[in-house]
Write a new protein. Structure first.
Length: 505
């Protein structure tokens, strides 16, 4: 199977922060999961470099927009390996391949009679790069603002329009046919009621600034930054050549986005695609927003979380784990240092790391560093084996649905069972009373540790790889294909090092 997963492309008006890191890591987790499931996976991210917001930011710094975006895009590019993410392509909307693709998409829409020239008059938020109806705004001290507090300005200019109003029925059909492609369900319902409420044609070009992809055949217009940006997903797999092997293999893709940009992805984007005779997205997952110690993250409040700082302080896998265990994917979450330390100590240090440490050390010391598989299982062992099987099944279901927190919770439940089993079986006592039984018990626990490490791998790749190396399982063996084979033969064990030192609370 092939799988194409994308992050939104990030605006380069400012430095990357924890919100950007969150989306990229989410996609890395799903991409790694699919890769170890032997799917042919393509993971795309990149930067959104056109539009008024970016142009303004360049002007503020008295820089030429191209030099400015080159510099800023690099910050996002460099962050990826630091986040432990393995991508397949990084796209920039100022690249020629993208300009060609965006113009080709425009021409196709035009050919299909989906675009017309008229005048736009209404509210626009540069911060959101979005048009607003007055009914969506609030008036404070005589000025209008969006619900999230973005200022808006009144614009009046000649503009091309996309005939979005004609796509209402087709969009509803798409949602039904693709069996609710929008997750989570609450967001799906919001999108559906928005579409059912009726759609207005969408302004898709601007004339009052130049920093954008030129509209084919009319030099006075640049494309509205959202049609330009959304097209990146097509560019990266070779559009407009829809016969190339990547396009055939990977389209349609799965888009992961923040809740704030769901409408662009779940309404405008599928409509553009269908209007250009292309298949709409396979799935769209909308995640929630992070606050910092209860407050909205914003530059003006000075509480932006720098991914470099937080990862240097707590560790990469610790932060990756925290972000996806702490909050159900799709819900808003609150970032606090206290919660990171508490969560990491409880789950990664005590439940997972400590179990590995004590079992491996015990086997090295008392069993010549190796354990043979055993069939001599008691009823209790068999029940534990069943618990392992069902835990793997529900993990895989949850990963497919992007219920990332539930996947992690399930692994921790299993590891807690393993810890309770060790305590009740007390292998240190069996050492003298029943050494054969002791080996069966250790085998059972190793089975859980190895399988849990593989399930944890997409979330905490460096630590899981390290843990698996204690059992002489190398990275290329991390797969669901040979999952059971890994524990079919003698398991040789190396002396472990502590994986997750505890944080002082
Ligand atoms: N450029 C557009 C996307 C175009 S995709 C064709 C854009 N860029 S952005 O840089 O403003 O935001 C990118 C992503 O970061 C969005 O999905 C947004 O939800 C996410 N986040 C920004 N701040 C966030 C938090 N505080 N918390 C979680 N995610 C947040 O929108």
């Amino acid at each position: 199977m092939s799988y194409f997963i994308t992050t939104p492309i990030y605006y380069v008006n400012d430095a990357p922060h924890i919100g950007h890191a969150y989306t990229t890591i989410a996609c890395d987790i799903v991409s790694r999961y699919n890769k170890i499931d032997d799917d042919d996976t393509f993971f795309l991210t990149g930067t959104d470099e056109h539009g008024q917001k970016v142009e303004k930011a360049a002007l503020m710094q008295k820089k030429n927009p191209q030099d400015f975006v080159n510099e800023m895009s690099k910050n996002f590019r460099d962050l990826i390996p630091f986040l432990g993410c393995e991508i397949n392509d990084f796209i920039r909307t100022t690249e020629q391949r993208h300009i060609n693709a965006a113009q080709a998409l425009w021409k196709k829409l035009d050919e299909n009679n989906q675009i017309y020239l008229s005048n736009y008059e209404g509210w626009y938020s540069v911060r959101d790069e979005a048009f607003y109806q007055e009914s969506e705004l609030q008036k404070i001290d005589g000025k209008f603002f969006t619900e999230d507090g973005s200022p808006v300005e009144w614009i009046k200019e000649e503009s091309y329009f996309f005939k979005l109003s004609e796509w209402q029925d087709k969009l509803i059909e798409y949602y039904e046919q693709y069996q609710r492609p929008i997750y989570p369900e609450t967001r799906y319902n919001e999108v559906l009621s928005f579409v059912k409420g009726g759609l207005k044609d969408l302004s898709i070009s601007r004339t009052t600034f130049r920093w954008g992809v030129p509209v084919p055949n009319n030099k006075n217009h640049v494309m509205y930054v959202w049609i330009d940006a959304l097209c990146n997903y097509l560019t990266a797999i070779g559009y407009p050549d829809t016969n190339n092997s990547n396009f055939k293999k990977y389209w349609p893709g799965v888009h992961v986005v923040g809740k704030d940009i769901l409408r662009f992805h779940a309404v405008y984007w599928p409509a553009f695609l269908m209007a250009a005779d292309l298949e709409p997205p396979k799935k769209i997952f909308a995640h929630g927003w992070w606050t910092n110690e209860g407050q909205k993250i914003s530059k003006s409040l000075g509480n932006v979380i720098d991914p470099y700082e937080i990862i240097n302080e707590y560790g990469l896998d610790q932060i990756r784990y925290f972000l996806f265990r702490e909050v159900p994917f799709g819900k808003d979450g609150n970032f606090s240092k206290q919660s990171i330390a508490t969560r990491v100590n409880a789950d990664l240090s005590n439940t997972y790391g400590n179990l590995i440490q004590r079992i491996c050390t015990f086997v090295v010391k008392n069993c010549e560093s190796k354990i043979m598989p055993s069939n001599n299982l008691t009823e209790e062992d068999k029940a534990l084996e069943e618990a392992i099987e069902s835990s793997v099944i529900s993990y895989r279901y949850n990963m497919g649905e992007m219920n990332l927190d539930s996947s992690l919770k399930g692994i921790m439940v299993l590891l807690n069972e393993a810890n309770a089993y060790v305590d009740s079986q007390a292998p240190w006592k069996l050492k003298t009373t029943d050494p054969d039984r002791m080996k069966v018990v250790l085998y059972m626990v190793l089975n859980i540790i190895i399988k849990s490490s593989i399930m944890l791998y997409p979330f905490i790749p460096q630590s899981a790889e390290k843990a698996l190396s204690y059992f002489n399982i190398s990275k290329d063996k991390i797969s669901f294909n040979n999952f059971s084979l890994l524990i079919k033969n003698e398991i040789k064990i190396n002396n472990p090092e502590p994986l997750f030192p505890r944080f002082e609370l």
